[in-house]
Design a protein around this ligand. Sequence first.
Ligand SMILES: Nc1nc2c(c(=O)[nH]1)N[C@H]1C(S)=C(S)[C@@H](COP(=O)(O)OP(=O)(O)OC[C@H]3O[C@@H](n4cnc5c(=O)[nH]c(N)nc54)[C@H](O)[C@@H]3O)O[C@H]1N2
Ligand SMILES: Nc1nc2c(c(=O)[nH]1)N[C@H]1C(S)=C(S)[C@@H](COP(=O)(O)OP(=O)(O)OC[C@H]3O[C@@H](n4cnc5c(=O)[nH]c(N)nc54)[C@H](O)[C@@H]3O)O[C@H]1N2
Ligand code: SF4
Ligand SMILES: [Mo]
Length: 669
Amino acid sequence: MPDVHISSCPLNCWDTCGLKVTVHDGKVIKVDGDERHPITRGKICGRGRMLEARTNSQERLLYPLKKVNGTFMRISWEQALDEIAEKMREIKEKYKTTAVLHSHDYANNGLLKNLDRRFFNCYGGVTELIGSICWGAGIEAQKWDFGNAYSHAPEDIYNSNNVVIWGRNVARTNMHLFGHLQSAKKQGTKLVVIDPIFNQTAQIADLYVSVAPGMDGFLAMGIMKELLRLGLEDRHFIETYTVGFEDLQNLLNQITMQEIEQLTGVAQEIMKELALIYGNRPTMTYLGLGMQRYANGGNTIRLIDAVGALSGNIGISGGGVNFGNLQVGQSFNIEALTLPERKTASRTFTMMKQAEGILQATDPNIKMVIVTCGNPLTQVPNTNLVKQAFQSVETVVVFEQFMTDTAEIADYVLPTTTVFEEEDFYYSSMYHAYVNYGPALVQAPGEAKPDLWIWTSLAERLGFADDFAFSREEFLKMGLDGLEKYGITLEKLKQEKHLLLPVHPVPWNDYRFQTPSGKYEFTSSFAEQKGMDGKLKIMYPAESKAGNKRLAEKYPYRLLTIHPLRSNHSQHYHLIKAMQSIKIEISQDIAVEKELSDGDMARLFNERGELIGKVKVLAKAHPKTINVDEGQWGKFGGSVNVLTPDGESDNGLGSTLYDCLVNIEKINP
Ligand SMILES: Nc1nc2c(c(=O)[nH]1)N[C@H]1C(S)=C(S)[C@@H](COP(=O)(O)OP(=O)(O)OC[C@H]3O[C@@H](n4cnc5c(=O)[nH]c(N)nc54)[C@H](O)[C@@H]3O)O[C@H]1N2
Ligand SMILES: Nc1nc2c(c(=O)[nH]1)N[C@H]1C(S)=C(S)[C@@H](COP(=O)(O)OP(=O)(O)OC[C@H]3O[C@@H](n4cnc5c(=O)[nH]c(N)nc54)[C@H](O)[C@@H]3O)O[C@H]1N2
Ligand code: SF4
Ligand SMILES: [Mo]
């Protein structure tokens, strides 16, 4: 008889669903949504269902591999661990521990995935990656404005008069918010979508606003000018709880509505309509991550935060500017797990510039890269440089479930378990505040091992076995330390399967902001402390007509590379035949200009690289806009990141992935 167990989706996603996993004869045979989970309510997406295929796939990595003369050979765990530990010991003795780079991303939301940092800290401290390709610019921006990046509880949407979805592809990336949008609309809530692409979320909107990519900051300025002109600002909030309002006024006086209309492609009447919507409190804003992946991304998010603040939509139920929800992750005792005090050496590269970091590092050079929970050869911008950098390193070690593009170039590939083969609990600092328990349900195939087992085995060989002499259960309890007073314990989590963390459902409702002034900061003193200009500014994307005229003449089209519907980044392409080719989506004006139609083959190119794919003309998209979904594998046509720039956002911690100009030409058959 099959058994049904409750577990969690580990994928890096807004929703962190509760799962119902059917196991028969020691095999996972089906993955469904947990009806009892308050967010999931029985509904999951295809990416979650396909965790069954990811687990049972014949392509799983089963044994440790070592590259010998360009070919992978199966070796024993003993040999793999001994050789890697020996190299690490040698690096520590001859150079510095920072000659090791830890490259990682967010591929798995398990708490125990944080133990990689414990390992590297106990080793002595390695070169670490800071910032985030994903959301770094926006997180930093909200820290400057509010002191932290917090979101309202999902159900607070029912207290809103209006909901503005600003650059979030909800129907595709955040399916349970989409459900709430549909229900809120039925209750009479007005829904606005602001996005250069008329997506599925836009289809249910009362008002769709098509904005030029990277120009949302100007749109926010237009809305604020109109709010002030119409006298719809919240004077009490501004005077009592903010600093820097004069600086904002000065900025708004530097630009006219006509100029804003030209830059954004948004008509002045629409900006007035948006001002009226923000003035009709409470209005809730959900920011997406797309529009902060630009050279002006931090400034853009700060200007939209400012719309929320100026209109008095901060700290009130039904309001808020929701980006991430860091209070979720901040609930756990991450320090106890990661032991930051054990680190004696440190060096940092930004996530975006890891390739340049590797190629330029001196004292010490990078001798070894260890990759966990990441696939940098498809996911990090400027793939050609990333490949060159990783290939230049003596020893690359990749912990993986599949032979990805990154694993292909490794010297050692260590096979790891999937979610249903190891115990952990899962949470995401993006949307809701439930933590879900995930038990070990089946045996791993071949010799695949949990990441934690690998860290423990290496720690034993490197002389810090004691730091890893804990069971998974003990580590899980360590992470929950401090939550007992809220009734959150491992026992209870195992019993209930999900628990709500003690977070604020309406952030900032006490008006005590975590900024240096304790107020909402239109001009950021935190930025000034970092030696940066804290004022809001007029800023353009780096790769745009306004930002670089010469480049825009040569490469006239803006390339977006949004998240795929059926894959979480690169994690599902190899399991879905229909995804194994490149689709180039273009706006209609480009189709006319370049005489392209559906099904034509075309070449996208710029100075960083090129990509060939099949054209699809978008029914409705901002002029001069192209999209290629991210995550594609080398063997199915290649990552779109061969084209994207590896720049850092204005505030230093985010990427400029979508700040990318390209040209396109038809390839004649
Ligand atoms: N199906 C699926 N879901 C996912 C993921 C996945 O890979 N696949 N990944 C998860 C992860 S890690 C993340 S970070 C989230 C991301 O979630 P989202 O932010 O929803 O997704 P993105 O694809 O990053 O960006 C999406 C939107 O930004 C718009 N956009 C791009 N540039 C601009 C701009 O300049 N202005 C405006 N207004 N909009 C712009 C795009 O047209 C697109 O609709 O999704 C999560 N959910
Ligand atoms: N052009 C472009 N590039 C992008 C984006 C974009 O919008 N456009 N989005 C960016 C964003 S938002 C993000 S978050 C990043 C995501 O970048 P990544 O996190 O690197 O991408 P994934 O494909 O989710 O996962 C990477 C690998 O982790 C492996 N993995 C999964 N679970 C585990 C585990 O438990 N242990 C180990 N060791 N490995 C595991 C998977 O098999 C997979 O190959 O990509 C970024 N890159
Ligand atoms: S990928 Fe996201 S929406 Fe899909 S099952 Fe997992 S958590 Fe839920
Ligand atoms: Mo992300």
